[in-house]
Design a protein around this ligand. Structure first.
Ligand SMILES: [Zn+2]
Length: 183
């Protein structure tokens, strides 16, 4: 027999009824899916109050996701053709509601195709694509508690590449991820 407990969705705050025995749960309100590194029954009461998933899976843009100490928002995706290159550009924002200083780096973002090949982001520091409004994220931004930063991260893709998944990785020792499912 399963026992159920109540949790709040880490993204939208909806109250969910979740099997204690599970390491995964879904939110029927925002549609996001969550994976934990342990069973819900093994979490401390304080961790259950403010649940942080090890991986968050989403199909949606323009929502704030909690990923470890980070809060991130994928605002927009643009694809650009310039000088014979296919550029996949993402507009991302970070905010720091933690008590720690956080490091924001464009290499926290990786694109994957359906075969599992990974594409690293473009190393350009200056803004190479005129059609993108605003600034690039930069390679290393320090985010003090209470502050936020926004910028573009771009990927140069070979012609014909299909992208399936965009991953954000905190990069801490025990890394947490957000996975944007693009199809
Ligand atoms: Zn939700």
């Amino acid at each position: 027999m399963f026992n159920f407990i109540h949790l709040n969705c880490p993204t939208c705050g909806a109250q969910l009824r979740v099997s204690e025995d599970s390491q995964r749960f879904d939110c029927e309100h925002c549609g996001n899916n969550y994976l934990l590194s342990q069973k819900i029954s093994e979490l401390e009461p304080a961790e259950r109050e403010n649940i942080l998933a090890d991986s968050t899976y989403t199909h949606k843009l323009k929502q704030w996701l909690k990923v470890g100490d980070y809060e991130i928002c994928l605002h927009e995706i643009q694809t650009v053709q310039q000088d014979g290159l296919n550029i996949f550009a993402i507009s991302v924002e970070y905010r720091n509601n933690s008590k720690e200083t956080l490091s924001c780096r464009r290499n926290q973002w990786t694109l994957f195709d359906p075969e599992g090949y990974a594409y690293d982001n473009d190393e350009n520091d200056s803004k190479p694509y005129e059609c993108l409004p605003g600034q690039m994220l930069g390679n290393h931004r320090i985010l003090t508690p209470g502050s936020k930063v926004r910028g573009w991260v771009t990927f140069k893709l070979p012609t014909g590449t299909t992208v399936e998944r965009l991953q954000f990785l905190t990069g801490n020792f025990s890394a947490k991820t957000a996975e944007y499912l693009l199809k």
